[in-house]
Design a protein around this ligand. Structure first.
Ligand SMILES: [Zn+2]
Length: 239
């Protein structure tokens, strides 16, 4: 056992020497327990001043389109900012530990909110299986895992499914995104009889809100009669 542990430490040390961990924003070497972001970039991130409530800008942006109880976004996203670099890294560069840590950060800010008293669990905006196979992970689900763990509620996996493969949103204009997401998600029929009061929908970033609107719409088609509450949380909001 001793030899096994020593070998493991040597391998880990060698790997760190050959492939040192660097900050996804400034490329500085990371020290100790830092993962993905150095302490300085972490400190300098554009944290949103808005709280988790019905006046949060991500809720206001959905007024007249979705019925949202409360919303929260951790970062204010602007092109070329630290937030955009962080988003890119968790979406395309396998920064899953960073995504989960940021989810935990969101969880800490929501943890003591009375809004979550009747919460049943966290639902991540799903990724189409083809895209999931290509990417290897759904960043919204990883963020959702971090949130769920901290607030002590389950991540309700597979409740929502993506109903068809749509063109990647980064290739479309703002109007195209709104038009193309009406029937994008469906509630998994295996869970249609599940009784729920309140769920927290999670995504990595909100731009026009069309993705979260489509997810909320899919839920309402099943749960409208039961007056289900839907709240939302995102890592970033594009102003
Ligand atoms: Zn840095």
């Amino acid at each position: 056992m001793f030899i096994k542990n020593v070998s493991k430490e040597i391998c880990s040390g060698l790997s760190e020497l050959l492939f040192p961990s660097i900050c996804v924003v400034c490329n500085d070497l990371l020290i100790g327990p830092e993962s993905g972001l150095c302490a300085i970039c972490k400190h300098n991130m554009p944290y949103s001043p808005w709280h988790f409530n019905d006046q949060n800008p991500i809720v206001k942006a959905l007024w007249g389109r979705s019925i949202i109880t409360a919303g929260f976004h951790l970062l204010s996203y602007r092109k070329g900012s630290i937030a955009s670099r962080v988003l890119h890294s968790i979406k395309y560069e396998n920064q899953t530990i960073l995504a989960e840590n940021l989810g935990r950060n969101i969880g800490l800010r929501l943890k003591n909110s009375a809004i979550l008293d009747n919460l049943d669990g966290v639902v991540a905006v799903p990724m189409h299986p083809k895209k999931l196979k290509f990417r290897g992970y759904n960043q919204a689900a990883v963020i959702g895992e971090g949130i769920a763990d901290v607030i002590g509620k389950p991540l309700l996996k597979d409740l929502l499914v993506q109903s068809r493969h749509t063109q990647t949103q980064t290739l479309k204009g703002r109007v195209g995104r709104i038009e193309n997401t009406g029937d994008k998600y469906q509630w998994n029929v295996n869970f249609s009889s599940t009784s729920l009061q309140h769920i927290l929908l999670v995504d990595d970033v909100m731009t026009t809100g069309s993705t979260l609107q489509a997810a909320e719409y899919a839920i309402r088609r099943v749960y409208e009669a039961e007056n289900l509450q839907v709240s939302i949380a995102t890592l970033a909001y594009v102003f």
